[in-house]
Write a protein that binds this ligand. Structure first.
Ligand code: NAD
Length: 247
């Protein structure tokens, strides 16, 4: 069943974009949602819109991540679903990418996903189960071109393997860990790229068999599925939602 009634679900980076759509889909499924975002104001506004709660969280700070899990469990009484959606990109040719850009992307996308999955997983292992969904990207499977994004691509490949590794370790203890790898998705960021470098987005949509980007809701519905008991025999899977791009 896709029903999430009575479950508490946290979405990192849920203030806008794909994360917001995920929070909405989980809410529509009946979950009590918590939006955890480093942009506290936007998180509170989105939570108010969706009828959930919010907390300020920078996923790169592992102590804050541990505290956030404690707080959710104390305030909401339980924690069933954790979606690692917070992510950033840096565009620079590999030969020009600075240490800072490399580290920043890896720290949010890979370290942050690990810290959150570890903290949520510890609680879920102790409480008897749960579902973790990590938002990777098709860029973790095929290199993103013509946009140069070595750090982003490497970080998302890391998310896919982190998912499989944790899934295997926890499979017998009731904690499922899966990833979703979206293709190009119609968010504010994609709009910005379209305005700045229309030749890139034209290439992307041409190379996508469906000829269009995903709507955030089309990614979110898959996350809801993986978070729910309908996916009870799925763990360690990387579900690709890319309009056929990598096929
Ligand atoms: P977005 O930039 O619109 O939203 C990201 C959210 O994450 C923001 O609310 C931001 O405040 C938050 N965030 C950033 N760093 C954070 C941190 N350190 N701690 C907590 N929150 C933080 O991005 P989006 O396009 O909605 O992407 C969401 C996820 O989907 C990302 O992981 C991204 O890599 C992935 N993705 C996006 C696309 C796409 O085409 N948009 C495609 C594939 C995968």
């Amino acid at each position: 069943t896709l029903d999430l009634t009575g479950k508490v679900a946290v979405v990192t980076g849920g203030a806008q974009g794909i994360g917001q759509a995920i929070a909405q889909a989980l809410r529509d499924g009946g979950a009590d949602i918590v939006i955890a975002d480093r942009n506290a104001q936007a998180a509170a506004a989105t939570a108010a819109d969706l009828g959930g709660s919010s907390l300020a969280l920078d996923v790169t700070d592992s102590a804050s991540v541990d505290e956030a899990v404690e707080r959710v469990v104390t305030e909401r009484g339980r924690l069933d679903v954790w979606v690692n959606n917070a992510g950033i990109a840096a565009n620079a040719p590999a030969e020009e990418m600075t240490d800072d850009d490399w580290r920043t992307v890896l720290s949010v996308n890979l370290d942050g996903t690990f810290y959150c999955a570890r903290a949520a997983g510890r609680h879920m292992l102790a409480s008897g189960g749960g579902a973790i969904v990590n938002i990777a990207s098709m860029s973790g499977m095929v290199s993103n071109h013509p946009q140069p994004q070595v750090a982003y691509n490497a970080s998302k490949a890391g998310v896919i393997m982190l998912t499989k590794s944790m899934a295997g370790e926890w499979a017998r203890r009731g904690v499922r860990v899966n990833s979703v790898s979206p293709g190009y998705t119609a968010t504010a960021i994609l709009d910005q790229v379209r305005q700045r470098q229309p030749e890139w987005t034209e290439t992307w949509f041409r190379e996508t068999p469906m000829g269009r980007p995903a709507e955030p809701a089309e990614v979110a519905s898959v996350v809801r599925f993986l978070a729910s008991d309908a996916a009870s025999y799925m763990t360690g899977s990387n579900v690709v939602v890319d309009g056929g791009y990598t096929s």
